[in-house]
Ligand binder design. Structure first.
Ligand SMILES: *Cc1c(COP(=O)(O)O)cnc(C)c1O
Length: 402
């Protein structure tokens, strides 16, 4: 209903780029942060504290203190963290809302590493463990300043129905807390993110609208205006809005299979390279002029530049044969890909360019992030202190042999 407080907070880890966060903020979207670095990015983008949510599973006392003093909403992960907060929150209560993250333990999705709601997931308070539910309710009754409840049950590979069950569990718990408190103590539900993305075609789905419909059927009370709402979508907001484009440096053959050697591999597509079964990417082929390649589809590998055999962006994919000087585009990589650089082989972080129609049928580009230079790589690799290991005064080392 109109007037219901809603904050859509973008999960910064999905695309940690300041201009992206600024763009989203101007569209009305805040930031979900899980580290001091992510918080710094959100602040650099101008996202105000009241549009920011802190969710890290390993918050230090300093991080908690800083979040409290800035007025950032905090979702507490576990009993020890709650005990820490007890010592930090002033008698008048916190400046910003504080909630507790629970794990409804509904079960795993298709990708184990991304399943946040298994029995043994590391996140939140495991709600079905012996005594846990009662502990949670007591924690609220003892702390009038705990006003939110958080559950992030989904991620890539988790079915919508399972996500909805996780939200339903959190909702039922909020109702129980409020009943026992005899007042509307929990006033906001943070339902996390996790809407899966279709990496198999250009179609977008499931959509946020479908998820909202499913939630309104599965958890009718969620949208009746009694609860404020926070969401934390990441991948589903940006995956389809980014593409990695890599030049084919060489086209070769090995064992009868064509292999296009490109500049995009494990450094920009870490998950795909290490877990290709869970994270397949579609590759589109373009010629040296940037026109879509025509011609019969050929089964080929698209390799990256790193020095290990598994550095493949795509394995045995059917597409028009890539030749030297062509371009390979890894589609749907706007979240959790190029922005998550993996520094294997000291490969540089690539430049990121934004683009938009120029209003005259063309396209304009804008540099979001420049390419990392060799000087920056050296500086980040201890280049400022080359003799850090050779100048220990008390260590006598043999003289170099002639
Ligand atoms: C990663 C994460 C999200 C975002 O997940 P997506 O799958 O990118 O939507 C939201 N909330 C929390 C707590 C997360 O860890």
């Amino acid at each position: 209903p109109p007037g219901t407080p809603v904050l859509h907070a973008f999960a910064v880890k999905a695309t940690p780029l300041v201009p992206v966060l600024r763009l989203l903020y101007e569209e009305g979207i805040g930031a979900e942060v899980a580290s001091p670095g992510e918080l710094a990015l959100a602040r650099a983008a101008g996202v105000p504290a009241r549009h920011t949510v802190l969710d890290s599973p390993a918050k230090t006392p300093d991080e908690l203190r800083r979040a409290l003093s800035l007025g950032i909403a905090v979702n507490v992960d576990n009993p020890q963290e709650l005990a820490r907060l007890d010592g930090l929150i002033p008698p008048a209560g916190p400046r910003a809302p504080v909630g507790l993250r629970v794990n409804p333990q509904v079960r795993a999705g298709a990708i184990e590493a991304l399943s946040t709601a298994t029995a043994t997931s590391k996140f939140g308070v495991a709600l079905r463990d012996a005594g846990a539910r009662e502990w949670v309710v007591r924690a609220y009754l003892d702390r009038p300043w705990l006003t939110r409840l958080h559950a992030h049950t989904g991620s890539q590979g988790v079915a919508l129905s399972l996500m909805a069950r996780g939200v339903a569990e959190a909702y039922a718990l909020a109702e129980e807390i409020n009943r026992r408190a005899g007042r509307r103590q929990v006033d906001t539900l943070d339902i996390g993110g996790g809407l899966p993305v279709n990496f198999a075609s250009d179609a977008t789905g499931p959509t946020h609208a479908q998820y909202a419909r499913l939630l309104s059927e599965a958890v009718p009370g969620l949208f009746d205006g009694r609860y404020g709402l926070v969401t934390e979508f990441g991948r589903s907001l940006l995956a389809k809005h980014g593409t990695v484009v890599a030049r084919v440096e060489y086209a070769k053959n090995a064992g009868g299979r064509p292999v296009a050697v490109t500049h995009a591999g494990v450094q920009v597509a870490t998950r795909t390279v290490y877990a290709p079964g869970a994270w397949p990417l579609r590759i589109a082929a373009y010629d040296a002029e940037g026109r879509p390649k025509e011609g019969p589809a050929v089964v080929q590998d698209v390799a990256g530049p790193a020095c290990f055999a598994g550095d493949l962006l795509a394995q045995g994919q059917s597409l028009p044969r890539l030749d030297q000087g062509d371009y390979a585009a890894a589609l749907d990589t706007g979240a959790y890909y190029f922005a998550h650089h993996y520094a294997y082989n000291s490969l540089p972080r690539p430049a990121v360019h934004g683009f938009a129609p120029d209003g005259r049928g063309g396209v304009v580009f804008s540099l979001v992030r420049g390419e990392q230079t060799p000087e920056e790589i050296v500086a980040e690799a201890g280049g400022g202190s080359p003799d850090a290991l050779t100048r220990f005064p008390a260590v006598r080392r043999p003289a170099p042999r002639p």
